[in-house]
Structure formats: C-alpha cells, structure tokens
Design a protein around this ligand. Structure first.
Ligand SMILES: *[C@@H]1O[C@H](CO)[C@@H](O)[C@H](O)[C@H]1NC(C)=O
Ligand SMILES: *[C@@H]1O[C@H](CO)[C@@H](O)[C@H](O)[C@H]1NC(C)=O
Ligand SMILES: *[C@@H]1O[C@H](CO)[C@@H](O)[C@H](O)[C@H]1NC(C)=O
Ligand SMILES: *[C@@H]1O[C@H](CO)[C@@H](O)[C@H](O)[C@H]1NC(C)=O
Ligand SMILES: *[C@@H]1O[C@H](CO)[C@@H](O)[C@H](O)[C@H]1NC(C)=O
Ligand SMILES: *[C@@H]1O[C@H](CO)[C@@H](O)[C@H](O)[C@H]1NC(C)=O
Length: 420
C-alpha cells in the first residue's frame, strides 16, 4: 500500500523532471533562435521577448522604539500618516504596512528588444510601455550603436549609495545576462564622479570599467542590436534586495552560510566634518557616546569598529566582509549606513535620526507640523532597507541644534542598548 503510493510519487516526480527539462530545452532553443535572427536587420513582428514573473506581496513592520519619545516622533511623521493607511485592518503594530501593488511592488520584467533604442527613459517600474519597445530602423536614428547593451540608468547609479538602492535590486534579477553576453555594454548615468567602490563591484561582476561601461548623457540615442532592459521592476522588494545581498557576498568570495560565530562586530559609522559632504548631522558629544558603545562591546565580547568611509582605501571586498560580520551597526542617518546591504539577516541596525524641534522642515524627514502636506520622505530609505534585508531596526530620533548638529541624549542611548 505505502510502497505503491511511494512508487506513484516517484513516477510523478520523474515525469515532472522530464517536463521541466524539455521545457528548458525549448526555452533555450527559443532564445538562441532569436539570437541568430538578431543579425538580420529587417524587423520581424516578433522582435521583442519579455520575461516576467510576479513576486509575493510583502510587509514592512514598524521600527523598534526604545522609548516613547521615539515612538511618538515616528507616529507623528508624515511617513507614518501616509503608510499607516496600508496596514491590514489598521493593525500597523501587529502586521506592519502591506506592499501589494502589482506594478509598483510585485512585477519583475526583462525585455529583450531587437534593434532597441534607448533615449533617456527613467529606469524603474514606471518605464513607459511604448518606450520599452522602442526600436530603430536605420542606424542614423542612433548616436551610438552597439551589438548588445543592458540598461541600468537609475538615478545616480554611479554613486555607492544609489548603486546599492537602485542598481543592485535590478541586477539581482538580471545579472545572468552580464555573463550570458560578456560583450554587452552596461549603460549607467553619467555623474559628477564614478565611485571607486561601484567600479570595483562592476569589475567583480565581470564588467570592466574601460571596456563595458557607457556613461549615458541625455543627448545620446543608444541603439543596440539586442537591447536588454531589466528596468520595469519594483524598487523595493525583500526578494530582490536579499538576492542582491547574496550576489555581493558571492562575488566577493564570502560563502552564503550561517556564521553566527563570526558575527562579532559592532560598527559605529562615523560622520565627521571631513567625511560628510554637508557638514550638519555631527554628534557633538561623541566621547561619552563612544564610551557606551565600547562598554557594550566589552560586556558582550564584540569588536568595536569605528568606520570612517573616507579613510577606507581597501577594495570593496574587505568592506563587504567587515559588514557581513556585523552584529550591530549604529550611526547617524547618512549614505554610509547603506553598507548594511552587506550585513546578514538579524543584524541590529540603529539609526540616529536628527530632527529640528521648532521648524516644520526636518533635516532628513518630511514635515510633521502640516499633516495635510504629505510627501514621500527619502529620510526613511534606510529604515526600509533594513526591513527588506530582514534586519532588526531601531530608530533613535534626536533633536539638532541651530547648525543641524546633535547633542545626543546619552541616557537614551544607554536605554536603547539595554533593550537590544
Ligand atoms: C505626537 O504624537 C503624540 C501622541 O502620539 C501627541 O501627544 C503629540 O502632540 C504629537 N506631537 C506633534 C508635534 O504632533
Ligand atoms: C493583494 O492584492 C490582491 C488584489 O490585487 C488581493 O487579491 C490579495 O488578497 C492581496 N494580498 C494580500 C496579502 O492582502
Ligand atoms: C537614414 O537612413 C535611411 C536609409 O538607411 C535614409 O532613407 C534616411 O533618409 C536617413 N535619414 C536621415 C535623417 O539621414
Ligand atoms: C529573517 O531572519 C531570521 C534571523 O534573524 C531568520 O530566522 C529568518 O528565516 C529570516 N527570514 C527570511 C524570510 O529570510
Ligand atoms: C525589533 O527587535 C526584535 C528583537 O531584536 C526583532 O526580532 C524585530 O525584528 C525588530 N523589529 C523590526 C521592525 O526590526
Ligand atoms: C534625556 O532623556 C531622558 C529620558 O530618557 C530625559 O528624562 C532627559 O530629560 C533627557 N535629557 C535631556 C538633556 O534632554
């Protein structure tokens, strides 16, 4: 009886495997067919391949609060006022905020367009349905013509922080094309600089800066015999962000394994008047603050690491490993905190959020005092990232002085460390 059931199951599994293999073979022959046709310039009707799938809806939980001041501050923010409408049955504390919009949060797409033409479209889920299918007929409609190209023109993708929050999630589902077409050009936006760490990540992905990168300017019309477009993809989704993280670990040689034993770093991301591009958001009473951190490390056998990105001349690989081994990451809101993208699930992230008491304009967050003026607030991007990465996030709002700097309330910091 049981044996027959077992046999049935076995047959079922075998049939499934065979169907799967056949299906893959078919798929593969389809793509290689369209590749061969690629050389014939006269367009056929069927010159676009679309590979799409849908991700699961996801929840973003509220931050952890160590005191009522933090909690009230967050509940008063326009971020909360906008997003709390999306908590199932109004249960924000229990369930979190639901992200379930098909286009904005769930739908992942790659378009392969024969004789595709790229003209300054925003690389994101709002990419136009017509623009994504744009083609050229003759080469004089282009200013640059490649055999193959892949579009990653997210805003400021040349900068470390925006590579991680913009390009990374798109690479997560499209990096296979970089390997499949090692001659394909990679199109990113031209910026005021091209961060060394970003160049190093591209290089680890097999994209040599001098050979494969095009810095796009709005005047360019880039044509490609095969234009690969991974843009129409959610900007935030835990699957994409965690896959991007695994990709960083994998290309830098860190095995994706549980290594709780090695997670020994408490990393303080330090903002100084030298390393910060805008001078505000400095901690004025840093000495007693650091003492709290060091004492905590002593008590819990952690390594205290003070991280100043401007002094880090190592290859990005070392930084990925440093943060991979983080147990706790703490710092004032700033781009350098986005190194949390290299840290494992369960890492504790503490973001000190500076805000102005009297003014309706908060340094990093949106207005609290005009509840009807609800704007999207970039200040919550690091909170969102920590949640996408399945980390444990704590927010510590602290008021700033007239110059935008912070006198941290040390007893609140101590209280927070008692709770984690
Ligand atoms: C913030 O919220 C608390 C209740 O959660 C309320 O008592 C307080 O007045 C609010 N403050 C501001 C500035 O809106
Ligand atoms: C997500 O939205 C769809 C409709 O678009 C709905 O059927 C589904 O129940 C929603 N999922 C959750 C978890 O609420
Ligand atoms: C572009 O090239 C095509 C033929 O390849 C020609 O018919 C057309 O006139 C050209 N257009 C311009 C603006 O030069
Ligand atoms: C989230 O992280 C915890 C460890 O903190 C782990 O047990 C859990 O499986 C993770 N969940 C997902 C969906 O990755
Ligand atoms: C709050 O902290 C707990 C304990 O560290 C953790 O399990 C949970 O994921 C955290 N919540 C958020 C929203 O990060
Ligand atoms: C620091 O925070 C505590 C609450 O934890 C509060 O009682 C105290 O007044 C604060 N100190 C200052 C200087 O704001």
């Amino acid at each position: 009886m049981y044996f027959r059931l077992f046999k049935l199951i076995l047959i079922f599994i075998c049939v499934n495997i065979i169907i799967n293999v056949l299906y893959r073979l078919l798929l593969h022959s389809k793509t290689s067919l369209s590749m061969n046709k690629n050389d014939n310039i006269p367009l056929t009707k069927n010159n676009i391949d679309q590979i799409s799938y849908s991700l699961e809806p996801f929840y973003i939980r509220l931050p952890n609060f160590s005191d009522d001041e933090a909690k009230n501050w967050f509940y008063n923010s326009s971020y909360y006022k906008i997003n709390s409408k999306k908590c199932p049955e109004g249960l924000c504390e229990e369930k979190g905020i639901l992200f379930n919009d098909t286009k904005e949060h769930l739908s992942v797409n790659v378009f392969l367009v024969k004789n595709g033409l790229y003209i300054n479209d925003d690389c994101g889920y709002n990419y136009g349905a017509t623009a994504v299918k744009r083609t050229f007929v003759s080469a004089n409609e282009t200013t640059i013509l490649y055999d193959k190209a892949i579009i990653y023109t997210v805003p400021d993708g040349w900068a470390f922080q925006h590579f991680l929050d913009g390009v990374g999630p798109k690479l997560a589902h499209s990096k296979s094309y970089l390997q499949k077409y090692p001659d394909a050009k990679v199109i990113i936006l031209q910026g005021v600089r091209f961060d060394r760490s970003v160049q190093e990540i591209w290089s680890m992905l097999g994209v040599d800066y001098s050979k494969r990168i095009l810095h796009y300017l709005p005047t360019m019309k880039v044509g490609a015999r095969l234009l690969i477009n991974p843009c129409i993809t959610p900007a935030i989704h835990p699957r994409l962000w965690q896959d991007a993280r695994s990709m960083y670990w994998s290309i830098s040689g860190i095995l994706n394994r549980k290594s709780e034993v090695k997670r020994k770093n408490l990393i303080y991301i330090q903002r100084t008047s030298k390393n910060a591009m805008n001078r505000a958001r400095l901690i004025l009473n840093e000495e007693p603050f650091i003492k709290v951190l060091r004492d905590y490390c002593l008590k819990n056998s952690l390594n205290y690491v003070q991280y100043d990105h401007s002094k880090d001349t190592n290859h990005i690989r070392s930084r990925i490993e440093l943060f991979y081994n983080a147990k706790i990451i703490i710092g004032v809101h700033s781009g350098a905190l986005s190194n949390m993208n290299f840290a494992q699930s369960g890492t504790t992230i503490i973001e000190i959020m500076p805000y102005r008491q009297e003014s309706s304009v908060l340094p990093m967050t949106c207005s609290m005092f005009r509840p009807d003026d609800l704007k999207a607030c970039a200040g919550y991007i690091l909170y969102t990232q920590a949640q996408l990465l399945n980390q444990s996030y704590w927010i510590l709002p602290n008021v700033v002085n007239a110059k935008g700097n912070i006198n941290l309330n040390i007893s609140r910091v101590e209280k927070l460390f008692d709770k984690i």
